[in-house]
Design a protein around this ligand. Sequence first.
Ligand code: ARG
Length: 569
Amino acid sequence: MQNLKSSIAKKISETIAPDAPESMYSDIIASLEYPPDPTMGDLALPCFRFAKLMRKSPVMIAESLASSIEIEGIGRIEAVKGYLNFFISNDYLAKTLLPEILEKKDMYGSSDEGRGKTVVLDYSSPNVAKPFHIGHLGTTVIGHSLKLLHTFCGYDCVGVNHLGDWGTQFGKLITAFNLWGNREEIENGGIDALVALYVKYHEEAEKDESLNDRAREEFHKLELGDEKNIELWKWFIEISIAEYKKTYAQLGIEFDSYKGEAFYSDKMMPQVEKIREKGLLKIDDGASIVDLSDYNMPPCLILKRDGSTLYPTRDIAAAVYRKETYDFDKVIYVTSAGQSLHFAQWFKVVELMGYDWAKNLVHVPYGTVSIGGAKLATRTGNVILLRDLFADAVDKVRDIINEKNPNLENKEETAEAVGVGAIVFYYLLNTIIKDINFNMDDALSFEGNTGPYAQYTYARTCSLLSKAEDARSNEGKIEISAPEEASMLKVLSRFPETVLKATHEYEPSYITRYILDVCTGFNRFYHECPINSAEDASVRASRIKITEAVNYVLGRALSLICLKTPKKI
Ligand code: ARG
């Protein structure tokens, strides 16, 4: 659709403003609308904006333009109440659009806008030895989807898991391990055994305050490099990462770096010095802070009273390190909206420090997740683990497959792809800032606007294509004979701009919603138009080629939101 929008904007700007067509061009592109009803055209342009310049009424402008201009790819132009309605020609769909998709295959929709630019994405980043719970779903799948989208737009992307692998919780964990832990139990029990220790620590510390002193002491020893504590700490991290990687594998996620907060231990002091040199550091009740009252924010905490560093200090050091290491054009941080102030504060500090790249730090916040209305508690063992949520969905899908398609090959793999996919799709269907309440039955339905429905539609395209190798290679000309074919192709033509919009606005839900449009279009086409059973060979070949194009776009779109694409379900 972008090409058509450009042709329209070019023609109209040249006609209306022959002296300065460029300034009008982008304005027209931006104001082209998708009419809600196809009888009003495939694209519409309100002409009110030209009234002043042309000293004519919008109605007259629309009428005179409709009767005087011709645009390649547009079959018909109608003037209705001050609007210009454009109807795409079937000829364009058959001869330009479809061949383009078939040639680019699953790269249709990609672009090179990011060529030569590097984007660092900081996402998932759980706190080690704490459970990976459903609150982490957002940062993990939004972050990864943004990485895939940017890669598809030609950016070089670096995915960083900024593990929370430093902090006083390690003092607690070491204390708990020394008191009640057992190596073998933890080797076998993995992260669950660590979480159990952590929970026990908190229960005991409620009764016995002296435990907190012990924990502080152990953390202090860790900071000083005590060999035994360092060894334990590394081991806790290893066990935790092994567990996270299982979840990442279910989502098809790999990170380029696991450099967590601890990595910046020796990189913070030079930045603290720099803050001091700039005259930004103030002492407040013993702690070192940067006053941000001029910017309507509470102060950013840099050092505690005892001189130890804090979360913002580590983020500042990490940003400087990433600039030096990757020379990024942008860093995207994906966290819950609860951390918005934290990011606003330290972004401001980096700016005040004089780093001009501060403007290239972007925080992408998302809303909360609850299940059946229950908010998720942390710190106690009472949280819903992402792993359990996935397992539950996979079990349910396995039951459905056993009932409906018991002989399916790769049953387990498919159940996992569909079960996990259902949760991700449900989650990414809403704008990310919205709080969502999870409903498993809705997520898993094969009928609603769900992941299973979308993956099933994809599998249907695969099955049609597998029975039509002969028609795919048919060299005959492509014909559009039914309105459902044309509508389907028009939906496909919107893919490239949807990808760009989702990327620019950090909003994977545009892709999720778009997937539903593709599925609706395809299922309508499938029900109205015989495909493999079409009698006429060239009609059949054309329909198979449309199906092939849907297959590329749908497969790519699903993978851009972290869904897998089984060929059979
Ligand atoms: N570990 C943090 C948490 O679980 C998230 C880290 C986000 N990234 C960052 N650079 N601060 O809350």
